[in-house]
Design a protein. Structure first.
Lengths: 323, 414
């Protein structure tokens, strides 16, 4: 569900008509089985799409034409046409899909199947399963290097980041991280993989060359107990300078200097913040605040929250149209 | 404000297990392919023992009859989880289950387990049996993980440095319930307790919780076990007439607290009381270490995994055993070996924690090696709440508002 801006794709046709500078934000609402569509120009809800049961992971094709959505309780991935807001097909995800990542060439989806200790590799065009890769217990986080050669899966009970060669589909390295690793994000230059650990309360920065942890980032918010700080979603700016980490029940998003690994700011958003997405112009980052049923727009230049918008119940994932 | 709470051990065992389970499970797992740098060498075996006192038990409701493999099933799921990770680490975990009769002499049995090479032993035996093996364990460098006994005394006067407790205490359970009743502003309670030892201990925990959180126990009654059959065809008629009469002289109250770990009367209290009042404790709203319907905090994943392996729902003792095996597994993963001393040092370290689907990391109370944990409050169908409740604050960990806290402990470890 990570998506760096692909401005080149901006000409892709078929999107919902909107002002040139506006993007569409798609939010999966875990509890009420909907996707909320929010216009970034007006910051208002423009549409609610009924989807399958327990929608969680969400991403979008590079041309902006299709949303891919994990309907976890339906054991499927739904494909939504962004022009019509209709579900047009499904992909064979394996049981209980939660999170996935799209390959940089847009052809392959890598899906974490929590119940079966598997990562399922799906060819989008043929809608076929290419292979299943056994990983640790409760696979969850999925990241892919910008060159598409390395995919990383985290397993929440095994507590490892599994580095997988996308050519051979074999695990090449297992890196032990802190408890309940939830999310993987590569830096834009591909040099580092950032892995959040929800119960451990840390983010491990793994060197992609040595496959060893080079830095462990911890968080401290005055007045909050350490156990409430539970890092989940991670996003890194396209220029590679800043990282944003959603801190779950701590209700804040941490802003980290990627050179010093220092937390420079904690932005107060809503309750139980889990996932994040940038707008393609990188001016805004949006958080999903599950318990307060809203999303927060944060200004990337100032790192100030700009506005919160009420969406569906228990917003989980978020993705922004590339054009 | 007042506060009070009931709870029961028997509860622990769950009220709703529907199906009878088959036998201990084998965990099916897809085997991760090696491929990793670390998985080339032959696997190192890490042996765990599981010592349990077992005899078939009756319950007032057939739904509450403990499954044959209660606890053991949870340990087996965790062994499978450890082995999935172990494939990346070159570690193979095994579980050696030994059953004895309740109340029997377990010393020789335990020595036999030690002789077989069990260096970590989960126990689901009485407090008395546990104390009879603790010193043997210490002499042999064996770590014990108590997954079954909720007795406070094992963490207090009779605490032992080599015994870790993943099961909560009666006082933790009672406090979790009391906090909720106080939060609800239902502070006036009456207490009905059974006449057996466990019932009395739980009643004590409820009285303590009342004092602690500001509940008032307006009156108490003992329900004597007269040894009648627990199930008879005409029993329902009599119970419907007898219970209201039994409760008729109690003063007005907000909640009826029931302490009946022994399954003599507790199940019969809800809906049969003299005046219409909610029931809590070992019946009605029950505190527990786990709830078969909990799906929060990633719980769906362990519930699915457990149900698939065992054909029944996961109960509190299953979770206590799962957690104990995962503690050993996580320590073995992170110390990257099977060195007992290193594993023990890892578990005893200040920053040790374990994830167990309860919304936050769980840590040990270093003064008595009790695992801190939230307490679920639920009825037979769903989770109503989890404690600690909002507003019950603590200078170290809010989880220490549950049970006996460090300043008041009677435990002296040596």
């Amino acid at each position: 569900m990570r998506r760096l801006p692909f401005l080149a794709a901006a000409m892709a046709a078929g999107l919902i008509a909107s002002p040139a500078s506006a993007y569409m934000v798609y939010v999966s609402n875990e509890k009420d089985n909907t996707v909320t569509v929010v216009d970034t120009a007006t910051m208002e809800v423009v549409k609610t799409i009924d989807v399958g049961q327990r929608p969680r992971g969400i991403t979008i094709s590079h041309d902006g034409k299709f949303i891919y959505l994990c309907a976890s309780d339906d054991d499927t991935i739904e494909v939504i046409d962004t022009a019509t807001a209709q579900i047009v097909s499904t992909l064979p995800s394996g049981p209980d899909p939660e999170l996935f990542v799209l390959s940089p060439d847009g052809k392959t989806l890598y899906v974490a199947n929590e119940d079966d200790n598997l990562v399922t590799v799906i060819d989008i065009e043929s809608k076929g399963v290419i292979t299943e890769i056994p990983v640790g217990v409760e696979p969850e986080g999925m990241g892919i290097s910008p060159d598409g050669k390395t995919m990383v899966n985290t397993s929440e009970t095994t507590n490892m980041a599994h580095f997988i060669d996308t050519e051979t589909h074999e695990i090449t390295h297992n890196v032990l991280v802190d408890s309940r690793p939830r999310f993987v994000e590569f830096t834009p230059n591909g040099a580092e993989a950032w892995v959040s650990a929800e119960i451990g309360g840390t983010v491990s920065v793994i060197d992609n060359a040595t496959r060893e942890i080079k830095q462990k980032i911890t968080f401290e918010i005055p007045g909050l107990r350490s156990e409430t700080i539970q890092p989940v979603g991670v996003r890194i700016t396209a220029d590679g300078k800043k990282a944003y980490v959603a801190l779950g029940p701590a209700n804040h998003v941490a802003v980290i200097n990627t050179e010093t690994y220092e937390v420079e700011k904690y932005v107060l958003v809503g309750q139980r913040v889990w996932q994040l997405a940038f707008t393609p112009d990188q001016k805004t980052i949006i958080s999903t605040n599950g318990v307060s049923n809203d999303i927060t727009f944060i200004d990337v230049a100032t790192d100030e929250p700009v506005q919160s918008v009420t969406v569906g119940q228990l917003p989980w994932g978020v993705v922004v149209s590339p054009n | 404000m007042k506060g009070m709470v009931p709870y029961t051990l028997a509860i622990f065992f769950g009220l709703f297990l529907a199906s009878v389970n088959v036998c201990p499970v084998t965990a099916q797992e897809t085997a991760p392919k090696p491929g990793s740098t670390k998985s080339a060498q032959p696997a190192t075996e890490i042996r765990l023992g599981y010592l349990r006192a077992y005899a078939p038990q009756l319950a007032l409701s057939v739904l509450d009859v403990p499954p044959r493999d209660e606890g053991v099933a949870g340990a087996n799921v965790a062994i499978a989880d450890n082995n999935t990770t172990g494939k990346f680490m070159g570690q193979q975990f095994t579980l050696d289950v030994t059953e004895v009769k309740p109340g029997s002499d377990v010393a020789q049995t335990f020595r036999d387990m030690v002789a077989k090479g069990d260096r970590y032993v989960l126990t689901d035996i009485s407090a008395e049996q546990l104390l009879s093996i603790a010193d043997i364990a210490r002499e042999n460098g064996v770590l014990i993980f108590n997954v079954g006994a909720t007795d406070d005394i094992l963490r207090e006067e009779e605490c032992r440095a080599n015994v870790f407790h993943t099961a909560p205490t009666r006082s933790m359970l009672a406090d979790g319930l009391a906090q909720y009743l106080i939060w609800k502003q239902w502070p006036r309670w009456v207490l009905i307790h059974g006449s057996h030892e466990g019932d009395r201990h739980f009643a004590d925990a409820l009285r303590r919780a009342a004092t602690r959180f500001g509940g008032q126990i307006l009156a108490e009654k003992e329900f004597k076990d007269t040894g009648t059959a627990r199930r008879t065809d005409s029993g329902v008629v009599q119970i419907q007439r007898q219970l209201p009469v039994f409760m008729q002289d109690l003063p007005d109250h907000d909640v009826v607290l029931v302490a009946d770990e022994s399954e003599v009367f507790g199940t019969y209290v809800p809906f049969r009381s003299w005046i219409p009042r909610p029931v809590a404790g070992t019946a009605g709203l029950m505190p527990s270490a786990w709830h078969p319907a909990s799906e929060q905090w990633g719980g769906t994943q362990i519930q699915n995994r457990f149900a698939k392996a065992n054909g029944r729902r996961m109960l509190s003792k299953d979770m206590a055993a799962w957690t104990a095996v995962r503690i050993i597994g996580d320590a073995a993963t992170r110390t990257q070996g099977a060195d007992v001393k290193k594993i023990e040092a890892f578990i005893r370290a200040d920053d040790f924690s374990i994830a167990a689907f309860k919304g936050q990391k769980l840590t040990f109370r270093r003064w008595n090696w009790q695992l801190r944990q939230p307490i679920f409050l639920g009825d037979s169908k769903s989770v109503v709440s989890t404690s600690p409740q909002e507003g019950f604050l603590h200078q170290v960990s809010e989880l220490d508002t549950l049970g006996v806290d460090q300043p008041e402990t009677k435990c002296v470890l040596n």
